[in-house]
Design a protein around this ligand. Structure first.
Ligand SMILES: [Zn+2]
Length: 196
Protein backbone atom coordinates (compact mmCIF):
# COMPACT_ATOMS: atom_id res chain seq x y z
CA UNK A 1 0.00 0.00 0.00
CA UNK A 2 2.57 2.58 -1.07
CA UNK A 3 -0.30 4.67 -2.43
CA UNK A 4 -1.66 5.33 1.03
CA UNK A 5 -2.53 8.99 1.43
CA UNK A 6 -0.78 10.95 4.13
CA UNK A 7 -3.26 10.96 6.96
CA UNK A 8 -4.04 14.32 8.45
CA UNK A 9 -4.13 14.76 12.16
CA UNK A 10 -7.46 16.24 13.15
CA UNK A 11 -9.55 16.98 16.16
CA UNK A 12 -13.19 17.75 16.77
CA UNK A 13 -13.76 21.47 17.07
CA UNK A 14 -16.05 23.24 19.53
CA UNK A 15 -19.81 23.36 18.98
CA UNK A 16 -19.79 27.13 18.42
CA UNK A 17 -17.55 26.99 15.30
CA UNK A 18 -19.29 28.95 12.53
CA UNK A 19 -18.35 26.24 10.00
CA UNK A 20 -20.82 23.94 11.78
CA UNK A 21 -23.70 26.29 11.01
CA UNK A 22 -23.06 27.05 7.35
CA UNK A 23 -23.36 25.25 4.05
CA UNK A 24 -20.03 23.59 3.24
CA UNK A 25 -18.27 24.06 -0.07
CA UNK A 26 -18.37 21.35 -2.73
CA UNK A 27 -15.07 19.59 -3.44
CA UNK A 28 -13.92 20.32 -7.00
CA UNK A 29 -11.50 17.40 -7.32
CA UNK A 30 -10.41 14.56 -5.07
CA UNK A 31 -6.63 14.76 -4.67
CA UNK A 32 -4.10 13.41 -2.20
CA UNK A 33 -5.05 16.27 0.12
CA UNK A 34 -8.69 15.14 0.27
CA UNK A 35 -7.63 11.49 0.67
CA UNK A 36 -5.39 12.46 3.57
CA UNK A 37 -8.21 14.39 5.13
CA UNK A 38 -10.66 11.50 4.73
CA UNK A 39 -8.12 9.07 6.24
CA UNK A 40 -7.62 11.44 9.20
CA UNK A 41 -11.38 11.76 9.62
CA UNK A 42 -11.79 7.98 9.68
CA UNK A 43 -9.05 7.62 12.29
CA UNK A 44 -10.64 10.30 14.47
CA UNK A 45 -14.09 8.75 14.04
CA UNK A 46 -12.82 5.33 15.18
CA UNK A 47 -10.84 6.86 18.06
CA UNK A 48 -13.95 8.77 19.18
CA UNK A 49 -16.16 5.67 18.78
CA UNK A 50 -18.46 7.48 16.37
CA UNK A 51 -20.35 5.98 13.45
CA UNK A 52 -19.78 8.93 11.17
CA UNK A 53 -17.94 12.24 10.87
CA UNK A 54 -18.27 15.24 8.58
CA UNK A 55 -15.48 17.68 7.62
CA UNK A 56 -17.14 20.74 9.28
CA UNK A 57 -16.85 18.92 12.62
CA UNK A 58 -13.06 19.15 12.31
CA UNK A 59 -13.30 22.79 11.25
CA UNK A 60 -12.99 22.16 7.52
CA UNK A 61 -15.35 23.75 5.03
CA UNK A 62 -15.71 20.89 2.52
CA UNK A 63 -18.43 18.42 1.56
CA UNK A 64 -16.69 15.29 2.84
CA UNK A 65 -18.06 12.63 5.18
CA UNK A 66 -16.94 9.27 6.52
CA UNK A 67 -19.22 6.56 7.87
CA UNK A 68 -18.74 3.11 9.34
CA UNK A 69 -21.59 1.35 11.08
CA UNK A 70 -19.52 -1.81 11.43
CA UNK A 71 -19.71 -2.94 7.82
CA UNK A 72 -16.53 -1.21 6.64
CA UNK A 73 -15.64 2.41 5.96
CA UNK A 74 -17.41 4.64 3.48
CA UNK A 75 -15.63 7.82 2.36
CA UNK A 76 -17.97 10.11 0.50
CA UNK A 77 -17.26 13.30 -1.41
CA UNK A 78 -20.09 15.73 -2.27
CA UNK A 79 -22.80 13.28 -1.10
CA UNK A 80 -26.34 14.07 -2.15
CA UNK A 81 -29.59 12.36 -1.17
CA UNK A 82 -31.21 11.51 -4.46
CA UNK A 83 -34.29 9.77 -3.08
CA UNK A 84 -35.94 9.52 0.31
CA UNK A 85 -38.17 6.61 1.28
CA UNK A 86 -41.68 7.51 2.37
CA UNK A 87 -41.57 5.66 5.67
CA UNK A 88 -39.99 7.59 8.51
CA UNK A 89 -38.94 6.62 12.02
CA UNK A 90 -37.63 8.38 15.10
CA UNK A 91 -34.52 7.34 16.98
CA UNK A 92 -32.24 8.99 19.54
CA UNK A 93 -29.07 10.37 17.96
CA UNK A 94 -25.90 11.70 19.49
CA UNK A 95 -23.24 13.80 17.83
CA UNK A 96 -19.48 13.99 18.39
CA UNK A 97 -19.78 17.79 18.15
CA UNK A 98 -22.39 17.93 20.93
CA UNK A 99 -21.23 15.61 23.70
CA UNK A 100 -23.84 14.48 26.23
CA UNK A 101 -26.75 15.57 24.03
CA UNK A 102 -29.21 13.12 22.58
CA UNK A 103 -32.14 14.09 20.40
CA UNK A 104 -34.83 11.90 18.88
CA UNK A 105 -34.73 12.64 15.18
CA UNK A 106 -37.38 11.51 12.72
CA UNK A 107 -35.89 10.63 9.33
CA UNK A 108 -36.79 8.62 6.23
CA UNK A 109 -35.90 4.98 6.85
CA UNK A 110 -34.24 4.58 3.48
CA UNK A 111 -32.39 6.83 1.07
CA UNK A 112 -30.54 6.64 -2.23
CA UNK A 113 -27.23 8.46 -2.10
CA UNK A 114 -25.10 9.85 -4.91
CA UNK A 115 -21.49 10.79 -4.22
CA UNK A 116 -17.89 10.32 -5.29
CA UNK A 117 -15.55 7.99 -3.45
CA UNK A 118 -12.00 8.68 -2.28
CA UNK A 119 -10.71 7.80 -5.76
CA UNK A 120 -13.11 10.35 -7.28
CA UNK A 121 -15.25 7.61 -8.83
CA UNK A 122 -19.00 8.25 -8.87
CA UNK A 123 -20.96 6.01 -6.50
CA UNK A 124 -24.67 5.48 -6.01
CA UNK A 125 -26.15 3.27 -3.31
CA UNK A 126 -29.29 2.67 -1.31
CA UNK A 127 -29.09 2.72 2.42
CA UNK A 128 -31.64 1.57 4.97
CA UNK A 129 -31.85 1.42 8.74
CA UNK A 130 -28.84 2.62 10.71
CA UNK A 131 -26.69 3.32 7.63
CA UNK A 132 -29.41 5.52 6.17
CA UNK A 133 -29.72 7.40 9.45
CA UNK A 134 -25.98 7.98 9.88
CA UNK A 135 -25.51 9.12 6.27
CA UNK A 136 -28.40 11.59 6.66
CA UNK A 137 -26.96 12.88 9.94
CA UNK A 138 -23.57 13.50 8.30
CA UNK A 139 -25.05 15.15 5.21
CA UNK A 140 -27.01 17.40 7.59
CA UNK A 141 -23.64 18.60 8.90
CA UNK A 142 -22.66 19.69 5.38
CA UNK A 143 -25.73 21.94 5.35
CA UNK A 144 -25.16 23.41 8.81
CA UNK A 145 -27.84 21.33 10.50
CA UNK A 146 -27.30 19.79 13.93
CA UNK A 147 -29.48 17.35 15.87
CA UNK A 148 -30.66 20.19 18.14
CA UNK A 149 -32.36 21.71 15.09
CA UNK A 150 -34.87 18.87 15.31
CA UNK A 151 -35.98 19.95 18.79
CA UNK A 152 -39.08 22.08 19.33
CA UNK A 153 -38.05 25.74 19.13
CA UNK A 154 -38.17 26.45 22.87
CA UNK A 155 -35.94 23.48 23.71
CA UNK A 156 -33.65 24.41 20.83
CA UNK A 157 -33.27 27.93 22.21
CA UNK A 158 -32.28 26.59 25.61
CA UNK A 159 -29.76 24.16 24.11
CA UNK A 160 -28.28 26.81 21.83
CA UNK A 161 -27.88 29.21 24.72
CA UNK A 162 -26.22 26.54 26.86
CA UNK A 163 -23.84 25.62 24.05
CA UNK A 164 -23.15 29.21 23.04
CA UNK A 165 -24.21 28.62 19.46
CA UNK A 166 -26.61 30.44 17.18
CA UNK A 167 -30.09 29.07 16.63
CA UNK A 168 -30.14 28.13 12.97
CA UNK A 169 -32.43 30.12 10.75
CA UNK A 170 -34.29 27.81 8.43
CA UNK A 171 -33.95 28.42 4.74
CA UNK A 172 -37.66 29.04 4.51
CA UNK A 173 -37.57 31.73 7.12
CA UNK A 174 -34.51 33.29 5.49
CA UNK A 175 -36.29 33.36 2.17
CA UNK A 176 -39.27 35.00 3.84
CA UNK A 177 -37.00 37.59 5.37
CA UNK A 178 -35.24 38.18 2.10
CA UNK A 179 -38.58 38.92 0.53
CA UNK A 180 -39.71 41.10 3.38
CA UNK A 181 -36.54 43.12 3.72
CA UNK A 182 -35.76 45.49 0.92
CA UNK A 183 -32.74 47.67 0.25
CA UNK A 184 -29.38 47.98 1.90
CA UNK A 185 -30.68 48.02 5.42
CA UNK A 186 -32.52 44.78 4.76
CA UNK A 187 -29.54 42.92 3.39
CA UNK A 188 -27.38 44.12 6.26
CA UNK A 189 -29.92 42.80 8.72
CA UNK A 190 -30.11 39.59 6.74
CA UNK A 191 -26.34 39.06 6.84
CA UNK A 192 -26.41 39.71 10.55
CA UNK A 193 -29.09 37.08 11.01
CA UNK A 194 -27.17 34.59 8.88
CA UNK A 195 -23.89 34.94 10.75
CA UNK A 196 -25.08 35.24 14.32
ZN1 LIG B 1 -22.96 14.90 14.23
Amino acid sequence: MNERAKERELRIGPAHMPVLRGRSRPVAKVTEAERGLLAGMLRLMYDSKGLGLAAPQVGIDARLIVVDIGAGPLQLVNPVIEQRGRKTSGRAEGCLSLPKISVTVRRPESVVVLAHDEQDRPVRFSAAGLLSRVVQHEIDHLDGTLIIDYLPWFKRRVQCRQLGIAPRISRQRTRGLRGALRGKKGSLLLSYLMIQ
